[in-house]
Write a new protein. Structure first.
Lengths: 320, 486
């Protein structure tokens, strides 16, 4: 039988080891693990809306509608800077998506549904200050049927006619939660958007803009690079039309859009992005086609405003 | 003649009740009859939508199914740490689904479909302990009570007309209202369930109005490649020539058996199937005969290899797996985790449906799979047979009501039984021991329609030898279902 002394001799090293382990565990527990959120701030306009993000408010006629499919790839939509201002961590370094939508129009009103499906969301895990970020790993193979936060919306053209210099409208969206926060594709909360829309044509030139509110209940502050609650939406676009034969036309021009949280108005997590867009479209018939391409770059790179992105899409639209 | 047919139906029904033979039906939604209410029909009635030649359509459904299983007799449950027994205690199970079917015509002959779906579920015994007799076809592996939204289908269908008669295709879920040549080629690519195209519904009855049992959706022994929800990626080619049709499809399997992640290496791992179909008429009553064969190449275990590995080295048991496994705690049992590699699974089956009177039909299907390898996607059944009778309530002035009775039998191969007898488990069954027997279920239901778009169903299932084990059971399951369409 071992003597008390020899037992005590064994116990002290054990207690010391446990203390060190305890400190380690305590230290690890002190690390906060952000849960993730819907990193995307590229909210596409309704199917048939013309621009990628803005809306040309060209809603008219009897019953009509549009279907759209778009896809894109973005680089570094979530890069978080550490407390020292130098260390950077690309928690989401690449994202690709497929977005399918459909809309029904009647007279000056439009109702639509938009269903985004992430194809790829990956990044780098790491620790920044007290936060331990776990990067998402979502591929089509690992999550073959994921639908991320989808949108149901209504828009109305309130002032002006198609082709007028000034058209004004308003829209509302319900964003319903789907997918996992850990994949950075969902806030796991219902959200809403209310937007005032403007658009117009001046000869060969077109423009559109929006101002609105994104009702976003999720506020993960002070976690860096995270939503801070309700956000203010803004955006503007302009382009020139190059008319072609048989109703075909090319419209090229930039779109600038972004969001900022009311809690940190135009500071903190404000993200602004510029997208150079071009679209080839045939209009003036009952069945119209639009093919769109855009290449973007962050003007103010915070979450959702990717370092760069490419997006492309096709729309079929028309009305009786 | 009518009297003779009625007698035949009665005899068939009696045989089914008495002998507990088997039955079947399917996963794709059915066309909507002209007199059903729908959003599309409402638009058509208002003159703003051409429902016979559609550019787009949208349909929806919701279904809630609640099942109750009283306690049943079982001398043992999860013996020696095996984990796949149906629990002998009373249990409740439910599923709730809501589906939106969106379709659009892209160009001549091209149709695109997108189907988002929501599901919430709670299976009996964590979906363990039953083969093809799983009581509710809506149950998915890995499901949860927290509602989940997912994309069930996104595919493109291109039809190339080759002449013949012009057949009307009525507007419905996954079908734009249009006309097809009776002779045509059809190509499909994308994300779908193979049951949208192969072994489709008996008598075009929507499964959410018909039989509840999983074994009635398709051949219980048809282990079609699919993810844990029953969907796949791939391509299908069909050739229709009047009353004949031939189709072939190659689809993706999951990366691991019965799991959600999909393996896109379609040249390495795949599920191939081919089907020949013929429609006929006997004394003015329509019918159909189909033969289906499938061949899967998947990363799956053979029962004999798992047994050999265990016998050669008992340390290679169910508790020492180092790769994917189902978590059995039986250290005296072999496990398929020690045997998974590229293997082939094959099967061939036949289906026949026949109207025998006004709105009364009988159907039967049976399949023989090789039974050498584990279940990878559908049920643990290696051989299955089903027989059933379906009737609409026309004769009692409720033409939208539906009544059916059927029976479903499932067998496992000898080597499968040996593996289970040694305490092994597969994706669904494994009590730790087995008295191998035929798993049988009888399914009797009545669906009452009200307000044209709702169906309230009552269903009773009697399951004998659950999990192919004569030592346990029988099991009774009582189910109520509410289903709506719009």
């Amino acid at each position: 039988m071992a003597s008390f002394k020899s037992i005590r001799g064994r116990v002290w090293p054990l207690l010391a080891a446990l203390s060190v382990f305890g400190c380690f565990v305590t230290s690890a527990d002190a690390q906060q693990q952000p849960s993730g959120f819907a990193v995307e701030r590229f909210y596409q306009s309704a199917p048939g809306g013309g621009w990628f993000v803005m809306d040309d408010l060209d809603i008219s006629g009897r019953l009509g509608g549009a279907i759209s499919a778009s896809s894109g790839y973005e680089r570094n939509p979530l890069v978080i800077t550490g407390p020292d201002g130098k260390q950077k961590l690309a928690v989401v370094s690449q994202e690709a998506f497929l977005d399918v939508g459909g809309s029904v129009t009647y007279d000056r009103f439009r109702a639509y549904v938009n269903i985004p499906m992430p194809l790829l969301v990956t990044g780098t895990s790491g620790t920044l200050g007290p936060y331990q970020f776990t990067a998402p790993y979502l591929t089509l193979g690992s999550s073959p049927d994921t639908v991320s936060d989808g949108r149901l919306g209504v828009d109305a053209r309130l002032f002006g006619q198609p082709g007028d210099l000034i058209r004004l409208g308003a829209g509302a969206q319900l964003i319903f939660p789907s997918g996992n926060r850990a994949d950075y594709v969902s806030d796991a909360r219902y959200r809403g958007m209310f937007r005032f829309l403007a658009a117009g044509d001046a000869g060969a030139f077109r423009y559109a803009g929006q101002l609105g509110v994104h009702v976003r209940p999720l506020n993960d502050a002070p976690v860096p690079g995270s939503p801070n609650g309700n956000e203010f939406l803004y955006g503007i676009s302009g382009g020139r039309t190059f008319a072609g034969p048989s109703g075909w036309a090319v419209i090229a021009g930039p779109e600038i859009f972004g969001e900022t949280a009311f809690h940190s108005f135009f500071s903190g997590e404000t993200g602004t992005e510029a997208l150079l867009t071009g679209r080839l479209e045939q209009t003036g018939t009952e069945h119209n086609l639009r093919i769109k391409l855009g290449v973007g770059h962050a003007l103010q790179q915070n979450f959702g405003a990717a370092q760069w992105r490419i997006v492309y899409g096709v729309e079929l639209f028309g009305h009786k | 003649m009518v009297g003779v047919i009625k007698s035949v139906v009665l005899v068939l029904a009696s045989l089914i009740f008495a002998a507990s033979v088997a039955s079947a039906q399917n996963g794709a939604p059915a066309p909507r009859p002209d007199d059903d209410f729908s959003f599309m029909k409402m638009l058509s009635d208002k003159g703003v939508h051409d429902i016979d030649n559609e550019g787009w359509n949208a349909y929806g459904q919701f279904t809630y199914i609640s099942s109750w299983k009283p306690a049943f007799n079982a001398p043992y449950t999860n013996l020696n740490g095996s984990i796949n027994s149906l629990l002998p205690t009373a249990e409740r199970s439910f599923t709730g689904t809501a589906t939106l079917y969106l379709g659009a015509r892209l160009w001549k002959g091209a149709e695109a479909y997108l189907v988002p779906e929501l599901i919430t579920e709670q299976p009996l015994s964590q979906l363990r302990g039953l083969g093809g007799a799983i009581q509710n076809f809506e149950l998915q592996k890995g499901g949860a009570t927290v509602p989940q939204v997912y994309r069930s289908r996104l595919f493109l269908k291109q039809t190339i007309g080759l002449g013949g008669k012009s057949n009307v295709e009525e507007s419905g879920p996954l079908q734009l209202g249009t006309h097809y040549d009776s002779r045509r080629l059809v190509f499909v690519a994308g994300n779908f369930t193979i049951l949208d195209f192969f072994d489709t519904n008996a008598f075009d009855i929507d499964p959410r109005q018909g039989f509840l049992g999983l074994g009635f959706m398709t051949y219980a022994a048809y282990d079609f490649a699919s993810d844990a929800r029953g969907y796949s990626y791939g391509g299908i080619a069909e050739f229709h020539w009047d009353d004949w049709a031939v189709r072939y499809g190659r689809i993706t399997p999951p990366k691991q058996p019965n799991q959600l992640p999909v393996d896109f290496r379609l040249l390495k791992y795949y599920g191939d199937q081919t089907e020949v179909e013929h429609k006929h008429s006997i004394h003015g009553q329509e019918g159909m005969v189909r033969v289906l064969a499938y061949r899967n190449r998947e990363n799956m275990g053979r029962f004999s290899d798992a047994i050999s590995a265990f016998e050669a080295d008992p340390a290679k048991n169910a508790t020492t797996c180092t790769t994917f496994n189902y978590g059995s705690n039986n250290s005296t049992a072999p496990d398929l985790c020690w045997a998974r590699k590229a293997n082939i699974k094959e099967g061939v089956g036949g289906f026949v449906e026949q109207y025998v009177g006004h709105d009364i039909g009988v159907f039967a299907r049976g399949m023989y799979s090789d039974g050498k390898t584990e279940v990878y996607a559908y049920t643990s059944t290696d051989r299955s047979a089903t027989v059933g009778v379906l009737a609409k309530g026309t004769s009692w002035s409720r033409p939208k009501d539906l009544v059916g009775v059927g029976t479903n039998l499932g067998w496992i191969s000898d080597i499968h039984a040996k593996y289970l007898g040694m305490g092994g488990i597969d994706g669904f069954v494994g009590d730790g021991a087995i008295t191998a027997a035929v798993e049988r279920s009888v399914d009797l239901f009545y669906s009452a329609n009200f307000q044209k778009i709702y169906w309230l169903s009552g269903d009773y299932q009697h399951i004998t030898d659950p999990g192919f084990n004569a030592a346990r059971g029988p099991v009774n399951v009582f189910t109520v279902r509410i289903h709506g369409e719009f």
